[in-house]
Every structure is written in C-alpha cells, then in structure tokens.
Design a protein around this ligand. Sequence first.
Ligand code: WTA
Length: 656
Amino acid sequence: MSVNWALPFNTKIVPKSNKVVDINTYKEIHSTSLRDYKGFWASVASELDWFKPWEKVLDDSNPPFYKWFVGGEINASYLAVDRHAKSWRKNKVAIIWEGEPVDENGNPKEVRKLTYYDLYTEVNRVAYILRNKYGLKKGDAVAIYLPMIPELPIFMLALARIGVVFTVVFSGFSADALATRIDDAQAKVLITADGGWRRGKIVPLKDIADKALEKVSTVKDVIVVRRTGQKVNMVEGRDKYLDDVLREVPQGVYVEPERIKSEDPLYILYTSGTTGKPKGIVHDTGGYLTLLHATMKWVFDVRDDDIYWCTADIGWVTGHSYIVFGPLMEGVTEIMYEGALDYPKPDRWVSIIERYGVTIFYTSPTAIRSFMKYGDEWVKAHKTDTIRIIHSVGEPINPEAFEWLWKLIGRGEVPFGSTWWMTETGGIMISHLPGLYLIPLKPGTNGMPLPGIEADVVDDNGNPTKPEERGYLVIKNPWPGMPLTIHRDPERYIKIYWSKFPGMFYAGDYAVKDSDGYFWVLGRADEVIKVAGHRLGTYELESAIIEHPAVAEAAVVGVPDPVKGEVPVAFVILKQGVSPSKNLMDDILKTVRDKVGPIATLSSIYFVSKLPKTRSGKIMRRVVKAVITNQPVGDITTLENEASVEEVKKAYEEFK
Ligand code: WTA
C-alpha cells in the first residue's frame, strides 16, 4: 500500500462550476441509476451511432463472462473518424502533435496538425494496405510497437475499422516483453518504427523488435514507420517501410468499416498481475465505447471549443481510452506529444498548455510531483488561464500535489479530480463529474462511483466496511467496458477477479470510504507495483533478476518514493561461492533493464543470505515490505525462518 500521508477526509472545496450539487443529491441520482442499471446504460449507448441496434442490453447467462448490447453492430473507427469527416467537423483539428526535437528555446521543430478529414483519409489508406496487401481480416491479431507519433492512433483506428484485434506494446518495454506479448496474442503482423525520440536520444525500436522477432514464430510481416531516419536492418521479404507501401494505395481510397458485433473484441492489452506472465485483458467493442462516451462527457465535459490534453502514453490503457478512442469519438481537438514533459526544460508541459491554450488537462500524480520539484517559477512564466478542468490518474494523489497544481494552474477554483480505474475496467469508474453533477472536491479523494457503477469497499468477508475503515475495492454489478476475459485463459479471469468475493469484481486495491461516502483508493493490496503510475508485476522483475547467472533467488517489493509514488527494490540471494560487489549489482540492474525494459529500473539491490518464506517455500514479500517500511509485519505464523526478517532489515538499513 503506497499511501503514507494523512487523508483530509473533512476538507470540502466547492469549485467554480454550475454543475455543483450537494452530496445527498448526488447519492440519490446515483442510487436511482442503479435501480435499473441496464436501462440506464442502454440509454447512454443509444447516443452512439449503431449500424444495427442491440437485441439484449446485457447477456448475463454465463457470469462472469458478461456481454453488453448483444446483437448490436458498431465500429470504433467509424465513430472516431467517419462521423466527423462527414459533418461540420470535417476541417476541425483532431490531433495537434508535437515531436520531441526542439530548438534551444524549447519550441518544437515539428508540429503536425491533422483534421478529422486528414485522419479519415489516413485511416482509410492504412486500412486499405492492411486488408489488401497484408490480407488481414476479422479474427486476425496484430502487434503495435510504436512511439508517440500520429501513426499510432492511425493504425489502431485502421485495424479497428477492419475488425482486426490489436495489441499495443508500450515502447519502453524490452525485446523479451514484446516477444511474450506477440506470442500470446499470436500476432501475424508487427507494426513498429525505426526509432522514437526520448530525452534527446533515439530509442532503437526496430533493433529491439528484431530481437523480439527472433523469439517468436507467428509474425510474417513487419511494417516500419520512418521516424528517426537512421539506418536499420530490413529483412528482405518480411520488413517494409510504411511510406513505400502507402505509395501503392489508389487516390481517395475508402475502406468500408466492418460491422462489428458489440461483444466482439476490439483490442488486447497486457497488464501485470501478481503471479505469472502478463495477462491479456480483452476489451469488447460496444460496451467499451459506451463507457468512453459517458466518461468523456461526465468526467471531462468535452465541448467543441476545448483543447484537450491527456499526457499519458498510448502504450498504456489511459492512452487507449483517453487519447485514442474516447476523445476522437467525441470529436475533440487534442494534443499528442512525443518525448517527455520536462525535457529539454522543466517547463515543456506548461509551454504546451500555453502554446495551444489547453482547457482540459489529464495527467498523473508522478508528473505533478516532478513539476513541483522544479519550483513554481517554471509554471508562473507561462499563461495557463485557459485551463478549466484538471484530472489525475494512475496512483493516489497526495493532497500536497493536488493543492500545488490546483492553485498554480487551476487558479484555486477549477474542478480537479483523481479518476480511479484500471486496465480491466476499460474506463473511469470513480471520479468527480464536472460535466454532470459535481460534488465538492477533497484533495486526494477519488470522489464517488459514476452513475450506473456500483462500487464498494468491503472487508475480508465481503461485507461493507465502516466509514474510514480500510477494505478492498470491489465492483458489484457488471458495467459496459468490463473485460470479456483474459486472452486464452478464461479460468485465470475467474480466479483473479471473481473468486475472492463471489459475485463481485475484485480490483486488487485497498480503499476507504469516508463518512460522506467519498472513496479514497490507497494503493494495491497485491504485489503489483506502481512506478510513476506504470503497472509492474513483481513476478516479471524477479524472473528477470534470476536469469542472471549469479543469482539464486530474489524478492522484489515497492517502497515509497517522493516523486514516483513507489519504486521497486530487490533483495537477492546469490549462488554459493559468489560474493556481492558493485559490479555485480550493476550487472543485475542491466539484466533487468534488458529483460523488462527501461521502465523497470530497480532503485536498489540488497544482498541477503535468506528471505522470509512460508513453510511451503513461498517468499513472503508482504513481510519484506512491512519490515523495510517500518509497518507492523502482521501475521507471521506461517513464516519458516524468523532470522530472515532481521537480515532483511539489517541489509536495508545498512545500505539505505
Ligand atoms: C491505481 C490505470 C488511486 C490503482 C488507469 C489501480 C489509482 C491501478 C488511481 C490500475 C487513482 C489508478 N487513485 N489509485 N486515481 N488510478 N490507480 O491498469 O492501484 O495501469 O488498481 O490503469 O492504478 O493501473 P492501470
């Protein structure tokens, strides 16, 4: 659990907004929506453009494999581009993209602005080659390993158009991580780039992809987007540059969007869990788009004159839902950027807000804390008074970071929330709703569940906890946007999410409700680590460490970090005869970076001779974490070797 600050349960702030309601009014609206949640969601879904209406709102005959809007036919690409390209929004800018290389004053050297018509044209051209040249069709899968360039949403929309399921792999992942995902998804085609820019350096994506491809057998074709321009290895017959392939596309080509069944998959996104390899969360089409439509309106209150900016990377779920499908479906103008928010100078993010007049800003607590560290002057040097809504996501937000950003760019008056959701939920579940009914803010809270969402905090027996008592976050009714399953592993889907509390979706988070009924998510209840809001499983990190020839065993836990929220540290037992050294430590760090990717950098390694284990030999990470964070160790009756606890403590304190 990562929260280690006092929670201001009773601080209420009323933002400037004509949507403000008192808490009891909202509670009533919420409970009314739950009385007939199927009807409620059906009315939201009816606001989308369906090719064919559904016959049944919810098929709940085989829980937990729920199906929403059964019989309905829809297409995500049609909703995101065709509808706007055919309307007055045709020449409205959809995406303003800023590349990373910048001049000495911090101004971007490359800016691309794509109107909805441009996007429509590009999506059709790409869909054409995917279908006609590569022969991709419904039922196939494709992997995407691209940097933050407009081609990334273009490919996602083109694949959605022809009903081909895709999996986007974050460009900070390594060759091994990419290979595992390609293999699990059985991807036939890989879409990548020569490289991407990050902090003045080229991330050699094609080289990494080549290494991944040595390990998998499903990929027959590779499409390479030219971005950084350096020479890369191109395998004859397998690899082609996108611009070369696009040259063959006839002028003005149109690819008719497939009529996708509501319950058919749109994409697979891999996410870390407690044990085992990453889980391929499969999202449906109709339910997912319904939730995105609702949340774009309620949470972000998007309007046609907004400049919307979600600072996430499309490689994570936030980018899928709130850069690609949500905003484009709603026809907004949005910002997309390559590189980092604080490079080359700490004020890149505020200069983007100023340059384009951003009105809606969606970011992460880690980003806010890193801005804070640089000091207020960087922010004050820019005009930010266009901002009218702020939200954060990915991890709990500390009240101090909330207040800092709220006062500095929110003028101490705009709505500012912390939206709780996860890869599995598809979209936002618990949030303040500046576009619907807005309850008072409290620095650090997540607010209350959305209408139509029955979330709760329960104890070990599944009973609701008392106010301010810690429990587990659950969702008690099916919702549109929920997963279809875990790809190729439905049993695991049941086991992980639907078995701890029968009939309830178990999120894996600790939370409390305060006496007003506000939710405060405290952090993970399992061994998932959130580093800078990125989700990492201990299993992946540990498997990487023990691949090092000198290592016998390893335990990884997350420890609090003032900026990143949490960072991973490892306790390592070396093989007999190997002695600890600085070189060895560096070598192990490198192994983890190579195996998992640069996002998986361990903050420290501690060498020990024993680790706390149960009698059956399972490492008790919970005990390791409690010891080093000075928390009570709790029940250790199953602990096999008590001396290990002392040793962990000593190793940590000596080298801290
Ligand atoms: C955490 C990211 C507190 C939580 C969208 C969850 C949060 C995990 C918040 C999912 C928030 C996300 N406040 N914690 N506003 N938002 N989390 O799958 O632990 O990358 O279970 O999805 O992030 O991470 P994921």
